[in-house]
Write a protein that binds this ligand. Structure first.
Ligand SMILES: [Mg+2]
Length: 231
């Protein structure tokens, strides 16, 4: 892990607000849960717009590229209703998501506020966190509805998050943000948050380009928290 601006070893002394992304950050990327959600988006688009599979996938990808969030693009360009879409895409099986005692214990060692900042829905976050046995660890969840369906890394999403979490220009400096999607760390860093990138091959190139906006990195949430809290 990089250690650029931390003098004392225990991060509890430096941060009062611990903000976590959800998908592929709180649980492991390798579970493939997010891939299944993405597949359900393709299915929904296919049925809704009567497209074949590759047309649906192309629309999904182009909306994602243009707006940072497939749903946002579909709302703007195709005027779809967000609620049935979110309901459908997040209806995935959570069978492989088990109670994570080790993560629960680590989260319990954090003295500050623990918050979730996700581009997904509250309901999805609640289901995941409950399956992992860590729902009650978090004080607040900021979801896609809270940001009027404007997703990270759009700066206006961060400003709404800042407001909901009660950050001002001073206390935000005592916050730390954990994310697997490297580009989502840049606006956070610009607002004064410390940033942690959860390493993954998918985001490697992007993370290299954004190095100056990333304070710390590590292979997964548990090993990162272990280093931050127990060394
Ligand atoms: Mg993520």
């Amino acid at each position: 892990m990089k250690n650029t601006n931390i003098i004392s070893s225990n991060f509890n002394n430096h941060y009062d607000y611990w903000v976590f992304d959800l998908d592929n950050t709180i649980y492991d990327f390798n579970l493939g849960l997010f891939r299944r959600i993405s597949q359900r988006m393709t299915e929904y688009i296919k049925d809704f717009f009567q497209l074949n599979h590759s047309e649906a996938l192309n629309l999904q990808k182009s909306m994602y590229r243009k707006y940072g969030l497939t749903l946002r693009g579909l709302m703007i360009e195709k005027e779809i209703d967000p609620e049935p879409f979110l309901e459908y895409v997040h209806d995935v099986s959570f069978d492989d998501l088990k109670t994570d005692h080790k993560l629960k214990k680590l989260l319990g060692e954090i003295k500050g506020n623990k918050l979730i900042y996700t581009n997904a829905s509250y309901k999805h976050a609640e289901k995941i966190l409950t399956s992992m046995g860590i729902f009650e660890e978090f004080e607040m969840i900021f979801d896609i509805k809270d940001s009027n369906y404007i997703a990270k890394p759009d700066q206006s999403s961060y400003l709404m998050m800042k407001e909901k979490f009660g950050f001002d220009n001073e206390n935000i400096k005592r916050s730390i943000f954990f994310e697997d999607t490297a580009k989502n760390l840049k606006p956070a860093s610009e607002l004064g948050m410390s940033t942690v990138w959860i390493e993954n091959d998918f985001n490697k190139e992007e993370a290299n380009k954004l190095r100056k906006f990333i304070n710390f990195t590590g292979s997964d949430i548990k090993s990162i928290l272990t280093k931050m809290l127990r060394s």
